[in-house]
Design a protein around this ligand. Structure first.
Ligand SMILES: [Fe+2]
Ligand SMILES: [Fe+2]
Length: 331
């Protein structure tokens, strides 16, 4: 556990209360995290927001396109499995997780509107993800039953959350965002930092729902990896096809440019291999790797977090139907 976690400006005092009413100390496995309703203005942000590597920017823009439907789906699944969770601390963490993911999805949707206004027509990409989830869920319920399907879904979400935690840490330490548009750097690092704050929740939920099954963990990770590997190239091609500065590139030239972006470390590559492989360790838990101090160090300096008006703290009313109410988050 990290003893060096700086105090959080957004610590939610009602959380992690012990039986005697005192606050449980914050730990890597159980941080006190809350919902930050950040806002970004996209008008001045170029679609190719990494000036020296617009191809890498388009590869990362896939995140913006897939996150709104993906994170909305996380919240829907968690609403369904919440009654299965008995541990009161994990229930509270799930609700805060749902709140953070709702805000993430809504915030990235702002950039997606920005893309669509410039002719990127991203709706078919979101539809692909929604359709994949719908088919997998329907297939699961028919063939393995509702309960096992819930296990499959939460294991897949836990697998995706391992990716988002690893990518979040990369976003916080990579110098690539020091050269990018500052608004884009802020949203990706803010999101990455919150992914690190709640990185244990999906893993713990999976263990509760599946009884700690290692096989379900592996199956979920495989499912998450396969779907990301399938969808990412489709989405990247779709965006590059509509980018006036890049659409002339042939498929071979695109692959070469993307490979070059990896080699220049503008895209995350080899450095992710070891953290991603850690998930296969039978005794793995996300809290094994300490990242809370890194996340908090960024969050206290993030321009978007610092700009949040006091009236839109975690105690303010829910902003979307997917976002838990303030009572849910705090209960
Ligand atoms: Fe997220
Ligand atoms: Fe997340």
């Amino acid at each position: 556990m990290s003893p060096s976690v700086p105090p959080s400006a957004t610590l939610e005092p009602g959380r992690a209360r012990q039986a005697d009413g005192t606050l449980a100390p914050e730990t890597e496995a159980h941080p006190h995290f809350t919902v930050r309703r950040v806002q970004f203005a996209w008008d001045e942000v170029p679609v190719g927001w990494l000036p020296d590597d617009p191809v890498a920017a388009q590869v990362m823009n896939v995140l913006h396109v897939l996150l709104p439907p993906g994170e909305k789906w996380f919240v829907e699944v968690y609403r369904e499995v919440l009654p299965l969770i008995e541990d009161p601390l994990l229930r509270r963490e799930m609700k805060a997780f749902m709140g953070q993911e709702s805000v993430h999805g809504r915030t990235h949707a702002g950039f997606v509107e920005h893309l669509d206004a410039r002719g990127y027509d991203t709706a078919p990409l979101a539809w692909r993800l929604e359709r994949t989830v719908e088919i997998a869920t329907r297939w699961g319920r028919r063939t393995i039953g509702v309960r096992r399907t819930q296990g499959m879904l939460v294991a897949t979400i836990a697998g995706i959350e391992h990716y988002t935690a690893v990518l979040g840490e990369w976003a916080l330490v990579s110098p690539v965002f020091d050269r990018s548009d500052p608004t884009m750097a802020d949203i990706l690092r803010w999101h990455g930092a919150e992914e690190l704050e709640h990185k244990c929740v999906a893993f713990d939920v999976m263990n509760e729902v599946t009884g700690g099954s290692y096989l379900w963990r592996l199956a979920g990770y495989m499912m998450a990896s396969f779907q990301m590997a399938r969808l990412w190239p489709i989405c990247t091609d779709h965006l590059i096809d509509r980018d006036p500065a890049l659409q002339h590139l042939t498929p071979k030239q695109r692959r070469r440019e993307i490979w070059r972006s990896f080699r220049r470390r503008n895209l995350p590559g080899r450095e992710l291999a070891l953290p991603l492989l850690q998930y296969f360790r039978p005794q793995f838990h996300p809290s094994d790797h300490e990242t809370l101090a890194l996340a908090r160090t960024f969050l206290v300096t993030s321009p978007a977090v610092r700009a949040i008006p006091a009236t839109t703290s975690a105690a303010s009313p829910s902003a979307t139907e997917n976002e838990p109410t303030s009572e849910q988050v705090a209960s």
